[in-house]
Structures are given as C-alpha cells and as structure tokens.
Design a binder for this molecule. Structure first.
Ligand code: ACO
Length: 327
C-alpha cells in the first residue's frame, strides 16, 4: 500500500526594488506631459498609494533571484536540494530562454527542471498548482515557485487609466513533498474569448517590435469579470476540500484594486479583517502580487503555521484560479 503524498510550503520570500513612487510622484511625472491625475483619484478608485519600480538594467530574473534566496533561507534548505524551478511572469528578461533558466543559472542550481508559466496575474496560482501536481505524482521533491514582474517596462505613461495601477516586485515559495497537506485543493480556468480586454499586443519579428508593446486594458470590463470568477472559483476549491468559507483564516486575492478585493470578500461573506491587502503599498504586481502578499503577511506574523489560506488569481487571458492550503 502506498501512503498519500502532498505538497506543503516550507518557506517564503519576497523582494521589492528600492525605488518607491507615491501617487504624487506619478502625478508629477504625468503632469510633465500635460496628463492629469491625482492621489485622490488613484486612492478612491484603486486603493493604491505607492508602487516600486526597478532601476535601469535590473531585470525580472534579478527580482526573482532575490525572492528565491529569501524563501530558501526561510525554508532552511540548500539550493542543491531544489529539483524544480517555475517562474510565473509576463515580463521575462528575454524572448528565450525562460526566466526560470536564468534564475537557475544565477542560483547555481544546474540540472533541475526549470520553466516559465505565462498566465499574467493568475500566473502564480497556475505555477503553484502545477508544482503541487508534480510533487504529488513524485516528479519533483522540492520546488521553487516564483512570481516576478517588471511591469514598469510595459506601461504606457501617456495612458493614465493604466500606468497608475502597476508596480514591480517578486515573491517566492519553497514547496516540498509532505506526508500531510499542505495544499488542499486547486482549480485553474481560462476563457480566451476575452483576450482583448487586457493585453500587450506587440510581437518581435524580423529584428523589430511589431505592433504595440505596451499594456492595453478595458478597466471596467476586467473589473466586472474579475469579481464574478473570484467568487465562483473560491467556492469551488472550498467544496473540493470539504471546507467552507468559515474555515478560511486569510483570503489573498490577486492585488489588483481594493474595490475588487473588498467585493470578493463581501460576496464570500468573509469579514474584511480576513482579507490580506498589500495593493496600497505595492500597486498591482501581476504574477508577483500573491506571493508578495503571502510573504509580507507571514513575516509580519499575521499568517501563522496551521492557518487556512485561500489564494486567488485573475488576469489577462482571461485567466483565473485558486489554491486552498493549510500553511
Ligand atoms: N486619473 C484621473 N482620472 C482618471 C484616471 C486617472 N489615473 N484614469 C481614468 N480617469 C478618468 C477617466 O478618463 C474617466 O473620465 P470621464 O468620466 O471624464 O470619461 C473617469 O476617470 C472614470 O473612468 P473609468 O475607467 O470608468 O473609471 P473606473 O471607475 O472604472 O476606474 C479602473 C478605472 C481603476 C481601471 C477600474 O476600472 C478598475 O480597477 N478595473 C479593474 C482593472 C484592474 O485592476 N486591472 C488590473 C490588471 S487585471 C488584473 O489584475 C485582474
């Protein structure tokens, strides 16, 4: 008889580039091009007060490596014991090789499997679910699962409806095989009919960028879709694990907009004090937002061992998904 095999989080880490821009800083930058915005508008519509941007020459893999090192230290394990690296990102260093291979090179972890997952703001939940499956089937023993983004590189600073929303950063977890869960259930979805509402439509061809390489978004359409799917997928992973909303200690939805976060908590009838909010200080860091919020909450002592945590991603594609876990 074989005994059950699960995955559990052994440690977390995160990294934010040091350059912090307040809403007033962004407003002053846009004003130089005659574009009007204000701290009041941004805070009221989004809850965002500040975001971090990388310096010139710093890339996605640099942020990912810093977060990964912190996670390995928290898990008290050596990089040589890692046999899987997955990086969730939409802002890779290069067209190829994958950012995961660059992270592997910088960490000195040659030989293990390494690949990227591209599901925009749902990327980390996708990557965690894939790593969990690989661990449960015995393909991997210990994985580094990272969400890392440099969205400042794909923002159109002439479009005030998008450039005020996003930031750069990275978060990582060490996920390892365990005789007890760990990850309880997960679910992933996509609906490609909505590719146009959030995209970077440009491409590289013949040595040139063809089309527009900057982010385009229909904000109200994204908002409407996001709140519906976040409620549905949360209920679904809870059902699968035989749990209810009453069992959830902490809800960590993708940190896009405070109004989406609050609306999700309200639909699930979860009190706002169970909602982890970092969007105020980080902005929307896409695939990095969930592991960043998770790590910040663990290091501040908010999330403790044994707590039940619900992670939810939603983003371009349109993609969405959730992971329920006992920390
Ligand atoms: N500063 C000042 N005014 C602005 C700004 C700004 N930065 N941006 C837009 N406005 C103006 C608009 O021009 C418009 O003016 P008008 O009424 O004169 O035409 C007015 O504000 C309202 O614009 P809306 O787009 O209707 O504003 P809305 O209340 O929908 O808020 C927002 C916009 C914040 C983008 C919202 O739709 C939203 O949060 N959507 C979710 C999208 C999101 O968070 N995406 C992140 C990526 S996807 C993801 O992570 C899931």
């Amino acid at each position: 008889m074989t005994s059950a095999r699960y995955s559990r989080i052994a440690g977390t880490g995160s990294y934010l580039p040091p350059r912090r821009l307040t809403n007033d800083d962004i407003a002053a930058q846009l004003a130089r091009d005659g574009i009007e915005t204000s701290d009041t508008w941004i805070v009221e519509r989004t809850g965002i007060r500040a975001r971090h941007f990388v310096a010139d020459g710093v890339n996605c893999s640099d942020l990912a490596v810093a977060a990964a090192r912190a996670a390995l230290e928290a898990a008290d394990c050596d990089v040589a014991s890692v046999d899987l690296i997955i990086v969730a990102t939409s802002t890779p260093d290069m067209v190829f090789p994958s950012t995961a291979c660059l992270v592997q090179q910088k960490l000195g972890a040659a030989g293990c499997a390494a690949f990227d997952v591209q599901a925009v703001c749902s990327g980390f939940v996708y990557a965690l679910s894939v790593a969990d499956s690989m661990i449960r089937t015995g393909t991997a023993q210990r994985a580094l699962v990272i969400g890392a983004e440099v969205f400042s590189r794909i923002l159109d600073f002439k479009d005030r409806t998008t450039c005020v929303l996003f930031g750069d950063g990275a978060g990582a977890v060490v996920l390892e095989a365990s005789r007890s869960p760990g990850l309880l259930s997960s679910e992933l979805h996509a609906d490609g009919r909505h590719v146009d509402i959030l995209c970077v439509p440009g491409t590289v061809s013949g040595g040139q960028v063809l089309g527009d390489p900057l982010l385009k978004m229909d904000g109200p359409a994204v908002f409407k879709l996001a709140v519906g799917v976040l409620e549905d997928v949360a209920r679904s992973v809870l059902d699968k694990a035989g749990r209810t909303t009453g069992d959830v200690d902490w809800l960590i939805p993708h940190q896009a907009n405070i109004r989406i976060l609050q609306s999700t908590a309200k639909r699930l009838k979860l009190p706002f004090d169970k909602l982890v909010v970092t969007v105020d200080e980080h902005g929307n860091t896409s695939a990095a937002s969930i592991p960043l919020a998770l790590d910040v909450s663990i290091r501040s002592g908010k999330i403790a061992r044994g707590d039940t945590v619900l992670l939810e991603g939603v983003g371009g594609g349109f993609t969405w998904g959730a992971v329920l876990l006992d920390f």
